[in-house]
Write a protein that binds this ligand. Structure first.
Ligand SMILES: [Zn+2]
Length: 436
């Protein structure tokens, strides 16, 4: 059963009710605004992500919330607003497949102890805005880390146009075992510290928690499959948390509800169990055996490496001992990643932003290039695999007629210098310019 005590749950409900009443008034106001004129975007370049073709120049005709036409020149309908973005490259809005809107830099355990869920929800709204302005128009939130289903309100407020933010797929709280990766271990037991995830210790409990989270608005299920991690003689060791049979039961229950399971899984054998069970993605994926990689290719299960968080921890350690440990783990991860790239497994792009500042996570694409992938392959992983992983294939991730007009502009040519994606100069989401 979820580890909800009655009082925090009541407070959360009351807060969400108050928020939704306020949001309703704002929705009424925004619904009265007139429909906008078509928009033509013009830039020196436009990347067609699936083929890698660079149109020079590139133009996009946007009508309402979607793309109407793409080419070196498109129709300029009467009354259309022309936006010339100059020496820039037009790309689909970026996708981050692993974020935590409810985390900010600082000790994760303490922010969940010291900060109320209403306060964390307000910060999550700010985080969503920062991510959007950085060019991320779609994200998968991999767990509120103790804020229950408060992400339902954030997603719904964004969808109703009440606050700015990316399109979101949300998991609510993640799922974890008693005493597991996300539990409040090693605190004074008399203080009854809450876990940062919902407990499930058996198949029956997994099914019950998945149903409860679904009831509260989750789009998918996030399960912690491994941890804690240790480096022994330069090799990662990480215990699994659920058996293959338990994960398969979770995947089956998610499928029954029309949704999917994503796992935090650092290494073997948890990564193998996840691949065997048929999860949607294996996140962190630091250590993958040959058999695990074979299954990932066969079932098209992407790895989401999340280099940005490992890089951040290695460079921002609080003591020399921690810095040495984090650096050893990152070095190991880089070596394994090169093997994974050579093995041809699918990848999606996720940063694990939250523990490091929101809006800075495009560095993930730079790191994936630095450690062995070509810029176009990283952009395809981000945009094409990302769209599939978020369940928006055919709607986002490419600049094609009929797709949502989620569009960014970056300086220069990202195929020559991927760091261009860290300097997004223009953002449109669903046909609305959010960063002029
Ligand atoms: Zn994470």
């Amino acid at each position: 059963m979820p580890n909800f005590s009655v009082r925090p749950r009541f407070l959360r409900r009351a807060f969400l009710l108050a928020l939704s009443a306020a949001l309703h008034l704002a929705a009424v106001a925004s619904a009265q605004q007139p429909a906008s004129a078509p928009i033509v975007l013009h830039a020196a370049r436009l990347l067609q992500v699936d083929t890698g073709a660079l149109l020079q120049p590139g133009e996009i005709l946007v009508e309402a919330d979607h793309i109407r036409a793409v080419g070196v020149s498109v129709d300029h309908p009467q009354g259309a607003r022309i936006i010339d973005l100059g020496d820039a490259t037009l790309l689909p809005g970026l996708i981050d497949a692993h974020v935590h809107l409810f985390l900010h830099p600082g000790a994760e355990d303490l922010q969940t102890v010291e900060e109320s869920v209403p306060w964390r929800t307000i910060l999550a709204g700010q985080a969503a805005k920062a991510d959007l302005l950085a060019g991320f128009t779609a994200e998968r939130d991999m767990g509120t880390e103790g804020a229950g289903s408060a992400d339902t309100a954030v997603r719904d407020a964004i969808d109703q146009g009440l606050i700015p933010g990316p399109r979101l797929r949300i998991s609510g709280n993640a799922i974890d075992i008693l005493g597991g990766h996300e539990d409040a271990n090693r605190f004074n037991p008399a203080q009854r510290m809450l876990s940062n995830a919902d407990y499930a210790n058996s198949i029956d409990q997994l099914v019950a928690v998945i149903r409860a989270q679904h009831k509260e608005g989750s789009d998918f299920i996030k399960i912690y499959e491994t941890g804690p991690d240790h480096m022994v003689d330069g090799v990662l060791h990480t215990p699994y948390q659920y058996t293959e049979a338990q994960l398969a039961a979770a995947v089956e229950e998610a499928r029954r509800l029309g949704t999917r399971v994503a796992v935090h899984a650092m290494g073997e054998p948890g990564t193998l169990y996840a691949a065997q069970a048929g999860v949607a993605s294996i996140d962190h994926a630091t250590q993958l055996s040959d058999e695990t990689m074979r299954l990932m290719r066969e079932k098209n299960i992407p790895a989401v490496p999340t280099f940005a968080i490992f890089d951040y921890f290695a460079r921002n350690a609080t003591s020399p001992a921690t810095a040495a440990r984090e650096s050893a783990l990152l070095d190991y991860k880089i070596r394994e990643f090169k093997k994974q790239v050579a093995a041809g497994i699918p990848f999606a792009v996720g940063s694990d932003v939250g523990p490091f500042p929101h809006g800075t996570q495009a560095v993930e694409l730079e790191l994936m290039v630095r450690y062995g992938m070509k810029p176009l392959a990283v952009l395809q992983a981000d945009l094409i695999e990302g769209a599939k992983l978020l369940g928006w294939e055919g709607r986002i991730g490419q600049l094609k007629p009929g797709y949502f007009a989620d569009i960014v502009a970056v300086p220069g040519n990202p195929l020559e210098d991927i760091t261009a994606v860290e300097h997004v100069s223009f953002v449109m989401k669903g046909g609305t310019v959010v960063r002029p």
